[in-house]
Design a binder for this molecule. Sequence first.
Ligand code: FES
Ligand SMILES: [Fe+2]
Length: 433
Amino acid sequence: MAHFAKPAEGSWTEHYPELGTGPVSYEDSISKDHYELERRAIFARTWQNVGRVEQLPRPGSYFTKELAAAGTSVVVVRGTDGVVRAFHNICRHRGNKLVWNDYPREEVAGTCRQFTCKYHGWRYDLQGACTFVQQEDEFFDLDKGDYGLAPVQCEVWEGFIFVNPDPKNTVGLAEYLGDMGKELTGYPFGEMTQVYKYRAEVGSNWKLFIDAFAEFYHAPVLHAKQAVADESRKLQGVGFEALAYKLDGPHGMVSSWGGMSPPKDLDMVKPIERVLRSGLFGPWDRPAIDGLDPLPPGVNPARSKVWGVDSFVFFPNFMLLIWAPGWYLTYHYWPTSYNSHIFEGTLCFVPPANATERLRQELTAVTFKEYALQDGNTLEATQMMIESRAVAEFPLNDQEILLRQLHKTARDYVAAYQEDPERRPAPLRVAAS
Ligand code: FES
Ligand SMILES: [Fe+2]
């Protein structure tokens, strides 16, 4: 018996007939060949979020991002004109990596007036133009104007900086993010500049960790020990149900209830949570800033009174979680091989006004870490066994609709690429019935 309304078809999954309801092959998560195709069909030609504008506060602020799956490293920089641009992180003279510090594989950030290559000293300004060539006379008809840094398409949506490594891409970022992006416009992301960040190397395919964060079916079981005892017992008895799911092209979202802030029964929370008025769902008291009331239409789309958190999956590798108490969380999954990826979890709050507010945020951040470690724990165990191919297909339930969509979308991108590597399909759309 459903507590929340489902579509007329009887399930969220059947509302999107193209998804099917049959068992799903996980060959896409264990095949080296499929991963090599994903690199070309997906990571070399879709928009990927690499950071926030707050990381580039003034002209000359820059950071680098390793895009292993796309096969490049980019440097993202704010120019003297204030515009944010991205370039392949390669020197035009003989290919040295341009921006790095002690270790060439590590990401770096900073502020500078120009970029100087460590090898022979060629220089580039903040707009990417080559401004200095050591012993220029020794070259043959060299025109510096022809040797600017190789640009990468770069656009900003609501303060999130995206790059698309495909020089032939013709789909703008706003079009790519579709209605799901449009309906989040106006959320006060820019006010939430207090950042707590985790990074981990995970021994699983990138899609498996998205799987783990895109369903709550596992929550009462996997997180049983840590969840508030009463909440967990309740969930194990009746199971989890979401308020709503929405699919929009390659992207999707799940809206969930969450009665934790503040919890109804204060005896049920840990003493430190009671004292600080904070926990996994964030500090219990919403910050007093504009933009949270009313929320943009994309947030809590069911307009439910018991709403707790929305999880958005922007294909391919960017998740955005917006929490009822007025903060947000992002997940990024950067593939490094068919069975490994780098995971980043970033919590963003309105800057604390005093030590108590800071402690509230810290408590949320460490609690999040414990949950994420539990989530991460099953991934290598899963990867190991699906690689055995002893079982090839897996039944996904209605709550696992976003997983069904993610794997189908990845397979569809690969299939379209195999059909015609030159064709750039419009963002693939999954139609509702
Ligand atoms: S490779 Fe950069 S100056 Fe020679
Ligand atoms: Fe979890």
